[in-house]
Design a protein around this ligand. Structure first.
Ligand SMILES: *Cc1c(COP(=O)(O)O)cnc(C)c1O
Length: 383
């Protein structure tokens, strides 16, 4: 890089994260953490109550749904959802088209929950016809779990259609909406589910450290004694918080302060509609700019969620991914390696505190790298 080229930075002076999380957060979200709260502080207790209500409102679940928070990364609350909602005598059908679906099967192995999987390739949405047939064929299946946006590829799964089929068969639906919650619409009045889980640090743009489960209250009330784990017992956390409005174990106070501020900024942006629109604009700019240089997306536009985009690894012999990654990092843009089995690839995210200017900056940085490699245009393996 030329010396005079200044690398891009977030408001707090850090490289920009074009990743699936943790993500670039606003300065004000980070500043909200500059306070120490005791877990019994009245203001802190008030903040918790307000926060949980706001999370329920995002899926329009007021009156019917409740939110239970949990310390930890997203996987902790996915595991909690499985352990709480699928009873020992139940059977879970896992719809898989990526690593996060695979992880749920692994959780079932640890918990010795019985399950079946229905798998499609990473670039194919979950198969609703096969789901319908599987529920017809296997009366033992009590629950179905689906990943809203499979972050492995960035593919959008047909959550509404899946929910209809599951409801028609009178089974229960669980949703991992980790990378979609807050950016892609999910309305509890339209999509019937028992539980959906997400975390503080993806599309809601808070700091990492909190997962949460929005559950149908009547369904959660039936889960007493199901959890094989004490720390991940959502039912117990819920009841304890109903009783004294406090977390059972040390709450991540700073992360909660940041999360509350992040939700204020989310609401100021226009909620799901506003945030989703910004991410869609980011995604469109990134995809069209990359395609103009010759890069190919793994997914056709109609399957692409505006969250993270998978690009096929170029076949130009001059293209060196390690140097590409490092060169982008030097210019202030952190991208993400691929995690696919179907194709050699890398990923670029368009979520977090990123706007048009940052996406354009990332495209300019990519163009500079191609220049440096002496590549006029990206080539791809014929398919
Ligand atoms: C990020 C993510 C998770 C949780 O991952 P953690 O690294 O534990 O936060 C789970 N499911 C999906 C779809 C995700 O994108």
């Amino acid at each position: 890089m030329t010396d005079e080229l200044e690398s891009a930075r977030s408001e707090s002076g850090d490289p920009l994260l074009l990743t699936p999380g943790p993500l670039t957060t606003s300065l004000t979200v980070k500043q909200a953490m500059l306070h120490d709260y005791g877990s019994r502080d009245a203001d802190f207790i008030e903040l918790n109550a307000r926060l949980l209500k706001r999370l329920v409102a995002i899926v329009n679940g007021g009156g019917s749904h409740v939110c239970v928070p949990l310390q930890g990364s997203g996987t902790f609350v996915v595991e909690a959802m499985i352990g709480n909602f699928v009873p020992a005598a139940g059977k879970l059908l896992i719809l898989i088209n990526g690593a996060y679906g695979q992880r749920i099967a692994k959780i079932c192995d640890y918990y010795r929950r019985s399950y079946a999987v229905q798998e499609t390739p990473e670039d194919v949405p979950v198969d609703c016809t096969a789901l319908d047939a599987a529920l017809d064929a296997d009366p033992d299946i009590t629950h179905v779990v689906v990943v809203h946006c499979e972050t492995t590829s960035g593919i959008l799964n047909p959550i509404g259609e899946v929910a209809k089929i599951v409801a028609r068969h009178r089974r229960k639906l669980l949703i991992d909406s980790m990378s979609a919650f807050g950016a892609l619409p999910l309305d509890a009045d339209e999509v019937e589910f028992d539980a959906v889980v997400a975390s503080s640090n993806k599309c809601l743009e808070g700091a990492p450290g909190i997962g949460f489960c929005v559950a149908r209250e009547a369904a959660l009330a039936m889960t007493e004694g199901n959890s094989p784990s004490l720390a991940l017992d959502l039912y117990d956390q819920w009841r304890a918080m109903q009783k004294n409005r406090q977390w059972r174990f040390t709450p991540p106070t700073h992360v909660l302060l940041a999360f509350d501020q992040a939700l204020t900024e989310f609401e100021e942006e226009g909620g799901v509609a506003g945030r989703g629109a910004r991410y869609r604009a980011n995604c469109e700019l990134l995809v069209s700019g990359m395609r103009a240089m010759g890069f190919e997306t793994l997914l056709p536009d109609e399957l692409q969620a505006p969250i993270i985009i998978t690009f096929r690894m170029p076949t130009n012999p001059e293209f060196d991914f390690a140097a590409f990654y490092d060169g982008l990092k030097d210019q202030g843009y952190v991208i993400y390696p691929g995690k696919l089995t179907v194709a050699d690839s890398f990923r670029m995210g368009c979520i977090g505190r990123l706007e048009r200017e940052q996406m354009q900056g990332a495209l300019d940085a990519v163009a500079r790298m191609l220049d440096r490699f002496g590549i006029a245009r990206i080539e791809n393996q014929p398919r």
